[in-house]
Write a protein that binds this ligand. Sequence first.
Ligand code: MN
Length: 273
Amino acid sequence: MALEKYRQKRDFTKSPEPAGDKPRKSPAGRKPRFFCVQKHLASHLHYDFRLEHNGVLLSWAVPKGPAIDPTIKRLAMHVEDHPVEYGEFEGVIPSGYGAGIVMLWDRGTWTPEVDDVDAALAKGDLKMTLDGYKLKGSWVLVRTRGWGSREGKADDGRSWLLIKHKDDWAGPIDIAEFAPLSVKSGGDFAEILSADNPDIWRSNRPAEGGETGKMFESIVKRALSMKAASSTPAKAKGQRPKGKGQRTKGKGQTSRKPGAGSRKAAGGRKPRA
Ligand code: MN
Protein backbone atom coordinates (compact mmCIF):
# COMPACT_ATOMS: atom_id res chain seq x y z
CA MET A 1 0.00 0.00 0.00
CA ALA A 2 2.58 2.48 1.11
CA LEU A 3 4.74 1.66 -1.92
CA GLU A 4 2.08 2.28 -4.58
CA LYS A 5 3.46 5.65 -5.56
CA TYR A 6 6.99 4.26 -5.67
CA ARG A 7 5.91 1.47 -8.03
CA GLN A 8 3.73 3.70 -10.22
CA LYS A 9 6.72 5.87 -11.04
CA ARG A 10 8.95 3.03 -12.18
CA ASP A 11 9.21 0.34 -14.86
CA PHE A 12 11.10 -2.48 -13.18
CA THR A 13 11.83 -4.19 -16.50
CA LYS A 14 13.99 -1.15 -17.32
CA SER A 15 15.20 0.00 -13.93
CA PRO A 16 17.69 -1.85 -11.72
CA GLU A 17 15.90 -0.53 -8.63
CA PRO A 18 14.20 -3.08 -6.37
CA ALA A 19 10.43 -3.51 -6.79
CA GLY A 20 9.98 -3.84 -3.05
CA ASP A 21 7.87 -6.95 -3.05
CA LYS A 22 9.37 -8.53 0.05
CA PRO A 23 7.24 -7.69 3.07
CA ARG A 24 9.32 -6.45 5.95
CA LYS A 25 8.68 -5.91 9.63
CA SER A 26 10.38 -3.00 11.33
CA PRO A 27 11.17 -2.67 15.01
CA ALA A 28 8.71 -0.53 16.96
CA GLY A 29 9.29 1.89 19.80
CA ARG A 30 12.71 3.26 20.65
CA LYS A 31 14.61 0.52 18.88
CA PRO A 32 17.29 1.03 16.24
CA ARG A 33 16.26 0.46 12.64
CA PHE A 34 17.86 1.04 9.24
CA PHE A 35 18.63 4.47 7.84
CA CYS A 36 20.57 5.64 4.81
CA VAL A 37 21.39 8.65 2.72
CA GLN A 38 21.69 8.20 -1.04
CA LYS A 39 23.47 10.87 -3.04
CA HIS A 40 21.53 11.09 -6.27
CA LEU A 41 22.82 12.73 -9.39
CA ALA A 42 19.62 13.12 -11.39
CA SER A 43 18.18 16.21 -13.05
CA HIS A 44 19.45 17.92 -9.89
CA LEU A 45 22.02 16.67 -7.44
CA HIS A 46 20.35 15.92 -4.11
CA TYR A 47 20.60 13.62 -1.12
CA ASP A 48 17.79 11.20 -0.27
CA PHE A 49 17.45 10.80 3.48
CA ARG A 50 15.64 7.57 4.36
CA LEU A 51 14.40 6.21 7.68
CA GLU A 52 12.99 2.73 8.11
CA HIS A 53 9.57 2.76 9.72
CA ASN A 54 6.63 0.32 9.47
CA GLY A 55 8.29 -1.81 6.80
CA VAL A 56 9.22 0.99 4.39
CA LEU A 57 11.75 3.77 4.10
CA LEU A 58 10.26 7.17 4.87
CA SER A 59 12.03 9.48 2.46
CA TRP A 60 13.03 13.11 2.19
CA ALA A 61 14.95 14.71 -0.67
CA VAL A 62 17.53 17.10 0.75
CA PRO A 63 18.88 19.34 -2.06
CA LYS A 64 22.02 20.45 -0.22
CA GLY A 65 22.53 17.32 1.85
CA PRO A 66 22.65 16.95 5.62
CA ALA A 67 24.70 19.47 7.62
CA ILE A 68 26.34 18.59 10.92
CA ASP A 69 26.54 22.28 11.87
CA PRO A 70 23.55 22.91 14.18
CA THR A 71 23.19 26.49 12.91
CA ILE A 72 22.38 25.19 9.42
CA LYS A 73 18.84 24.09 8.62
CA ARG A 74 18.57 21.99 5.49
CA LEU A 75 15.37 21.89 3.45
CA ALA A 76 14.07 18.33 3.19
CA MET A 77 11.16 17.61 0.84
CA HIS A 78 9.04 14.68 1.97
CA VAL A 79 8.73 12.25 -0.95
CA GLU A 80 7.14 8.83 -1.47
CA ASP A 81 8.05 5.84 0.70
CA HIS A 82 10.68 3.48 -0.69
CA PRO A 83 11.16 -0.27 -0.12
CA VAL A 84 13.61 -1.15 2.65
CA GLU A 85 15.74 -3.06 0.09
CA TYR A 86 16.22 0.24 -1.72
CA GLY A 87 18.43 1.32 1.15
CA GLU A 88 21.32 -0.82 -0.14
CA PHE A 89 20.92 0.27 -3.75
CA GLU A 90 23.77 1.93 -5.57
CA GLY A 91 24.04 2.12 -9.34
CA VAL A 92 22.86 3.66 -12.55
CA ILE A 93 19.21 4.30 -13.40
CA PRO A 94 19.50 4.47 -17.19
CA SER A 95 16.13 6.03 -17.98
CA GLY A 96 12.75 6.97 -16.59
CA TYR A 97 12.01 8.34 -13.16
CA GLY A 98 15.10 9.36 -11.19
CA ALA A 99 17.39 8.65 -14.15
CA GLY A 100 20.97 9.24 -13.12
CA ILE A 101 23.42 7.77 -10.66
CA VAL A 102 22.70 6.71 -7.09
CA MET A 103 25.50 6.53 -4.53
CA LEU A 104 25.04 5.03 -1.08
CA TRP A 105 26.51 8.01 0.77
CA ASP A 106 25.78 6.90 4.34
CA ARG A 107 24.02 4.08 6.12
CA GLY A 108 23.54 2.75 9.61
CA THR A 109 20.77 2.79 12.17
CA TRP A 110 18.44 5.41 13.51
CA THR A 111 16.67 5.35 16.86
CA PRO A 112 13.59 7.46 17.55
CA GLU A 113 13.92 9.78 20.54
CA VAL A 114 10.15 9.51 20.96
CA ASP A 115 7.86 6.60 21.81
CA ASP A 116 5.42 7.15 18.98
CA VAL A 117 6.96 7.84 15.57
CA ASP A 118 3.60 8.17 13.81
CA ALA A 119 2.44 10.79 16.29
CA ALA A 120 5.74 12.65 15.89
CA LEU A 121 5.36 12.61 12.09
CA ALA A 122 1.76 13.84 12.33
CA LYS A 123 2.90 16.61 14.62
CA GLY A 124 5.76 17.46 12.27
CA ASP A 125 8.57 17.08 14.80
CA LEU A 126 10.63 13.89 14.76
CA LYS A 127 13.68 13.72 17.01
CA MET A 128 16.11 10.90 16.38
CA THR A 129 19.59 9.56 16.97
CA LEU A 130 21.60 8.53 13.93
CA ASP A 131 24.42 6.02 13.97
CA GLY A 132 25.89 5.99 10.47
CA TYR A 133 29.42 6.19 9.12
CA LYS A 134 29.16 9.94 8.56
CA LEU A 135 26.08 11.12 10.40
CA LYS A 136 25.84 10.51 14.12
CA GLY A 137 24.20 11.86 17.24
CA SER A 138 20.95 13.69 17.73
CA TRP A 139 18.94 15.23 14.87
CA VAL A 140 15.46 16.56 14.23
CA LEU A 141 13.15 16.72 11.24
CA VAL A 142 10.62 19.52 11.60
CA ARG A 143 7.81 20.33 9.20
CA THR A 144 7.86 23.87 7.95
CA ARG A 145 5.69 26.06 5.75
CA GLY A 146 6.14 25.18 2.12
CA TRP A 147 7.83 27.50 -0.30
CA GLY A 148 5.30 29.57 -2.20
CA SER A 149 2.75 29.48 0.60
CA ARG A 150 3.03 33.25 0.83
CA GLU A 151 1.56 33.58 -2.62
CA GLY A 152 -1.67 32.17 -1.32
CA LYS A 153 -1.06 28.62 -2.45
CA ALA A 154 -2.08 25.89 -0.09
CA ASP A 155 0.88 24.48 1.79
CA ASP A 156 1.22 20.86 0.75
CA GLY A 157 3.02 19.96 3.97
CA ARG A 158 5.95 18.41 2.14
CA SER A 159 8.60 20.87 3.32
CA TRP A 160 10.59 19.87 6.35
CA LEU A 161 13.90 20.99 7.80
CA LEU A 162 16.67 18.59 8.79
CA ILE A 163 18.69 19.98 11.68
CA LYS A 164 21.58 18.65 13.74
CA HIS A 165 21.30 19.05 17.50
CA LYS A 166 24.31 20.29 19.44
CA ASP A 167 26.34 17.35 20.71
CA ASP A 168 29.74 15.71 20.30
CA TRP A 169 28.89 14.79 16.70
CA ALA A 170 28.15 18.36 15.62
CA GLY A 171 30.74 20.67 14.15
CA PRO A 172 31.51 23.38 11.61
CA ILE A 173 32.48 20.92 8.87
CA ASP A 174 30.76 20.62 5.51
CA ILE A 175 30.27 16.87 5.78
CA ALA A 176 29.06 16.52 2.17
CA GLU A 177 32.31 18.05 0.96
CA PHE A 178 34.51 16.43 3.60
CA ALA A 179 33.18 12.91 2.98
CA PRO A 180 31.84 12.83 -0.59
CA LEU A 181 32.29 9.15 -1.47
CA SER A 182 30.22 5.98 -1.27
CA VAL A 183 30.16 3.95 1.94
CA LYS A 184 29.36 0.88 -0.14
CA SER A 185 31.98 0.92 -2.92
CA GLY A 186 34.24 3.74 -1.83
CA GLY A 187 33.76 5.29 -5.25
CA ASP A 188 32.54 8.56 -6.66
CA PHE A 189 29.81 8.92 -9.29
CA ALA A 190 32.15 8.24 -12.20
CA GLU A 191 33.41 5.05 -10.58
CA ILE A 192 29.86 3.86 -9.95
CA LEU A 193 29.07 4.63 -13.56
CA SER A 194 32.16 2.88 -14.91
CA ALA A 195 31.43 -0.16 -12.75
CA ASP A 196 28.06 -0.32 -14.46
CA ASN A 197 27.74 0.12 -18.20
CA PRO A 198 28.80 3.53 -19.47
CA ASP A 199 27.93 2.64 -23.05
CA ILE A 200 24.25 3.10 -22.40
CA TRP A 201 24.98 6.71 -21.58
CA ARG A 202 26.21 7.46 -25.08
CA SER A 203 22.91 6.67 -26.74
CA ASN A 204 20.49 7.26 -23.91
CA ARG A 205 21.58 10.19 -21.83
CA PRO A 206 18.92 10.95 -19.24
CA ALA A 207 19.37 14.68 -18.94
CA GLU A 208 19.99 16.94 -21.87
CA GLY A 209 21.06 20.53 -22.05
CA GLY A 210 21.80 23.02 -19.31
CA GLU A 211 24.23 22.65 -16.48
CA THR A 212 23.06 19.16 -15.63
CA GLY A 213 23.59 18.00 -19.19
CA LYS A 214 27.13 19.32 -19.11
CA MET A 215 27.73 17.67 -15.77
CA PHE A 216 26.48 14.33 -17.12
CA GLU A 217 28.60 14.70 -20.19
CA SER A 218 31.77 15.23 -18.20
CA ILE A 219 30.91 12.35 -15.89
CA VAL A 220 30.31 10.06 -18.83
CA LYS A 221 33.59 11.09 -20.43
CA ARG A 222 35.48 10.48 -17.24
CA ALA A 223 33.80 7.15 -16.66
CA LEU A 224 34.56 6.04 -20.22
CA SER A 225 38.24 6.98 -19.97
CA MET A 226 38.48 5.20 -16.63
CA LYS A 227 36.92 2.14 -18.16
CA ALA A 228 39.40 2.26 -21.05
CA ALA A 229 42.32 2.67 -18.66
CA SER A 230 41.27 -0.20 -16.45
CA SER A 231 40.93 -2.56 -19.42
CA THR A 232 44.50 -1.86 -20.63
CA PRO A 233 46.38 -5.17 -20.22
CA ALA A 234 49.60 -3.56 -18.98
CA LYS A 235 47.81 -2.19 -15.96
CA ALA A 236 48.15 -4.25 -12.84
CA LYS A 237 44.98 -5.89 -11.68
CA GLY A 238 43.71 -5.78 -8.18
CA GLN A 239 44.22 -2.89 -5.83
CA ARG A 240 43.78 0.50 -7.33
CA PRO A 241 45.32 3.47 -5.60
CA LYS A 242 42.69 5.71 -4.06
CA GLY A 243 42.26 9.42 -4.24
CA LYS A 244 43.59 12.18 -6.42
CA GLY A 245 47.12 10.85 -6.37
CA GLN A 246 46.29 8.14 -8.86
CA ARG A 247 46.37 10.60 -11.76
CA THR A 248 50.08 11.26 -11.37
CA LYS A 249 50.80 7.61 -12.00
CA GLY A 250 50.33 8.01 -15.74
CA LYS A 251 52.68 10.96 -16.11
CA GLY A 252 55.74 10.33 -18.22
CA GLN A 253 54.23 7.27 -19.82
CA THR A 254 54.78 8.48 -23.33
CA SER A 255 55.63 5.23 -25.05
CA ARG A 256 53.57 2.15 -25.72
CA LYS A 257 56.61 0.08 -26.69
CA PRO A 258 56.82 -3.27 -24.93
CA GLY A 259 59.76 -2.38 -22.74
CA ALA A 260 58.41 0.92 -21.60
CA GLY A 261 56.57 -0.31 -18.60
CA SER A 262 59.20 -2.76 -17.42
CA ARG A 263 60.87 -0.37 -15.01
CA LYS A 264 57.59 0.02 -13.23
CA ALA A 265 56.81 -3.65 -13.48
CA ALA A 266 60.12 -4.40 -11.78
CA GLY A 267 58.66 -2.91 -8.66
CA GLY A 268 59.91 0.64 -8.91
CA ARG A 269 56.70 2.22 -7.65
CA LYS A 270 57.47 4.86 -5.12
CA PRO A 271 55.46 4.89 -1.95
CA ARG A 272 53.19 7.88 -1.83
CA ALA A 273 53.96 10.61 0.64
MN1 MN B 1 16.31 11.01 -5.44
